[in-house]
Design a protein around this ligand. Sequence first.
Ligand code: CA
Length: 236
Amino acid sequence: MTRAMFVVLVVEDDAAIRSVLRTLLESQQYRVVEADTAARGVIEARGHRPDLVLVDLGLPDRDGLSVIGEIRKTSPVPILVLSARTMESDKVAALDVGADDYVTKPFSTPELLARVRAALRRNARGSERLPLIKLGALTVDLTNRSATGPEGSVHLTPLEYRVLDCLARNGGMIVTQAQLIREAWGPDRLGDARGLRSYVKMLRQKLEPVPSQPRYLLTEAGVGYRLLADEAPDGT
Ligand code: CA
């Protein structure tokens, strides 16, 4: 799929920001559809079937959260929140109603474009499992549950694989602590944020070149984690 085929819906009431986003996205050959209210956003999402939706939370008619909830009722399209709200609780609320990721304003252009690419990649793959992830010199095979680095194989526990698997399936997007705990531990087993933190710490010891300065398994303070694997050589 070439980028020219991707349609990005921008739901944002600030005309100046919409214009910046349009210029930026069009420079990457994405097609842009704009909506300046929540109501318009929901209509355009149905009409244009975008490949990605960027949503501001502070909209004049209704809160952006309701746009996310409305779109989620009928569509699995990736939704990226672009908001000036920086509270952890705002981020968690947006992810809980179905957003895939969150970028705070003012945003950096490279960061926003990286999140857009990650969201579109995740969508192109759908729910297909990623067989292999590359983290620098390390290759993790999630299907066969093996990990190999320059010094040979690296042992990961089943729970560590489940944590990685959940992060990898979300391809670079934030995964909330609650979602990771639910998916890695399972509904009947007890997991908590503290347990998760210690597993993340152990995973970093095994996967990161410098565990104290993670490059791949990143923390979103108070919200959750994301896994930024290296891009596959074919650019998919
Ligand atoms: Ca706004």
